[in-house]
Ligand binder design. Sequence first.
Ligand SMILES: Cc1ncc(COP(=O)(O)O)c(C=O)c1O
Length: 399
Amino acid sequence: VSSASASPLIARLAERTAAREREGVLRRLRTSDAAPPGRRRFEGRTLVDFGSNDYLGLASDPRVIEATREGARIWGVGAGAAHLLGGHTRVHEAAQEAIADWTGRESALLFGCGYLANLGIAQALVGTGDTLVEDKLNHASLIDAARISGARLLRYAHADCGAASRRLETLEGSALLCTDSVFSMDGDVADLPALARICEANAAALWVDDAHGIGVLGASGAGAAVAAGLGQAEVPVYMATLGKALGVSGACVAGERRLIEGLVQFARTFVYTTASPPALAHALIASIAIARSEGWRRQHLSALGTRLRAGLASLGYESRSATPIVPVVVGCAQRAIEISAALFERGFWVPAIRPPTVPDGTARLRVSLCAAHELSDVERLLDVLSEFADVKMPDATVY
Ligand SMILES: Cc1ncc(COP(=O)(O)O)c(C=O)c1O
C-alpha cells in the first residue's frame, strides 16, 4: 500500500509523528520478555528493573499466579459481558468487599483501569456549571476526566494548599477538589489532612487518586487516606488502581453506598464496557490478603528508599520523594535520555521521563523501587549514577 493512498488525517498524524522524531522526542515502544521479579528482559539482556510500579513484587508472587489459575478454572478467563448485562460475577463482588473492608469504606466498585475509573467518577459527579479544582501535577487521566465531564477545570500550583483554598473560596456551584495522593513523577505525598480541611471549609468534596499509595502507605497498606487518618467523611471519593502495588490490573472506587450506586448508573466508563476478567478479581483477593498481612514488604521498600534518597542527596540530587518513586531530575530532556541509555548498557532499566509528561526543564530519570530488589541493586545503581552526577543542571533540584 503506498503512503499516497493514506487518508489525509493519517498523513497529518504521520507528519506530527515525524516532527517528534526530528525534535528527538519520539516515544518508542520497547518490547520486553519474561524475567524474574525485580528484573526486566530486553533484547536478550536481563536488567535490574527500576521502571515498574509493582512496588510489592506481587505481580509474580506464586500465590497470586495460582489464584489467577484457579480463578480461570472456575470462571473462565473473560467476563463476556458488561457488569450490568450479566458480567458481574460473585468474585467481582467479593473483590469489591475486600477493597471496601481494607480501605474502611462502606462500598467499592471495580473499573477496567485507573484511567477509566477517573473518567467515570467525573462523568457521574460533575458537569457543566460545576468546577473541578486540581493540583497542577495531577495525573493526565484526572485532567482528561475534567475535560470529558464538561466541568470547569481550575488548577493550583503543586502542593500549594493556600492556592487550592483560594480557588475554592470564590466559587459558585458545586466543586470537587481532586489530587493524586502520591505524585507519580515525584513520589511526594499530598497533604491530605490540609486538603480535607479546605474542602470542609468550602463545602467541596475531596477526591483522592491513590494509584501509588495503595499497598504502600499505611500500616496495613490501606493507602494514603487511611495512613492520614481520613475516613469516608473526609475523603468521600477514593480511587485506587490495582495494577501497581497489587500486581494485578484494574481499579476501584470506594466510598459511601450512594456514591457507588450512582457510579453504576452514571459512570459511562463502567456501564459501556465489558467487566474485567473474573480470574483477575480472584487474583486480586489473594493479592490484597498478602499486601495487608506482609508488612515486611513495605519495611523493605522503605529501607531501599531511604538508602536511595540518601545516596542521591550525596550526589547532589535532592527530591521531595517520600515513597518508592524517586526522581533523579537532570533538567535537559536529551541528557535524561542519554543517561537512561547509558544505564541500560550497564544493566539497569530506568526510564527517562520528558516534557510534556513532566514540566519543561525537569526531565528526569524516574526510579521506582520494588520489594523484590536487594539493597545491593540500589548500591550498584548509585555507583553508576555517580559517574553522571556532574551533568545535573545547576538549578535542577529547584523544580
Ligand atoms: C496517579 C495515577 N492515576 C491513574 C493512573 C491510571 O491507572 P491505570 O494504569 O490503571 O489506567 C495512573 C497510572 O497509570 C496514575 O499514575
